[in-house]
Design a binder for this molecule. Structure first.
Ligand SMILES: *Cc1c(COP(=O)(O)O)cnc(C)c1O
Length: 224
């Protein structure tokens, strides 16, 4: 997408998000837009940041390595599956890891953050959809959060991927309830197809790829 289109795209989405947030009786500006940049070229990411995007996220460490170095001030989020042997590299490159869904990867991140002297923020990824491979059972999320906080990780809330198609209401209500039990400031919930419902359920951060950057090319073996 050319730079001009991206500028308009960011402004239009921000405007829509503020209207939906206000309609949900919530303060405009209380929902952060996380731009999901997978498959998006670096120049487009730079244009989106220039247009006011404050938060960006990637699923693949390798892809972020070539795009997320030397950017203007922006918060970077890792939203892919955390392999324990990549914890150090993920910690070095990202400000927030949204996808902690088991003790082993959380402990590896806590250790890497301590070694690097970095206050790494993390979210517990919960599973609220039968079609999703990853995410801890919602009932187990508060105990995982507690344990990882004891280890020095700044656990700031919950991330979830909604069910594709069908009703999201029960799943999003469960995510909000789990967020309340875990505590923190961030409920990362909602993507291009379901962000309006997510905001109605209290999401504080929507993760938007295609609705911001246009449709993604199909990718062999891609998870999303
Ligand atoms: C790809 C992805 C998104 C964004 O998806 P869109 O439907 O394009 O908005 C959000 N969250 C995660 C974890 C993703 O992998």
């Amino acid at each position: 997408m050319p730079a001009m289109d991206i500028t308009a795209s960011v402004a239009t989405l921000r405007d829509r998000v503020d209207r939906v947030t206000t309609a949900a009786q919530r303060a405009p500006g209380s929902v952060t837009i996380l731009g999901v940049t997978k498959t998006v070229p670096r120049e487009t990411v730079l244009a989106a940041i220039a247009a006011g995007l404050t938060d960006i996220g990637e699923n693949y460490l390798q892809e972020a390595r070539s795009k997320y170095v030397g950017l203007p001030p922006v918060r970077t989020h890792f939203i892919g599956h955390v392999q324990t042997n990549k914890a150090k590299a993920i910690t070095a490159l990202f400000d927030v890891v949204q996808s902690v869904d088991r003790l082993e990867s959380g402990l590896a991140l806590a250790k890497a953050a301590q070694t690097a002297g970095k206050a790494l923020r993390a979210l517990v990824q919960i599973n609220i959809s039968p079609a999703e491979r990853f995410g801890i059972a919602p009932a187990e999320a508060p105990a995982l959060a507690r344990r990882l906080r004891d280890e020095g990780l700044v656990v700031d809330g919950v991330m979830a991927i909604g069910p594709l198609g069908g009703s999201v209401e029960d799943a999003f209500a469960l995510a909000a309830q789990t967020f309340a039990a875990v505590g923190g400031a961030t409920l990362s919930l909602g993507m291009s197809g379901d962000w309006e419902r997510a905001i109605a359920h209290g999401s504080t951060m929507i993760r938007i790829g295609s609705a911001l950057f246009g449709p993604r090319p199909a990718r062999e073996g891609a998870l999303a």
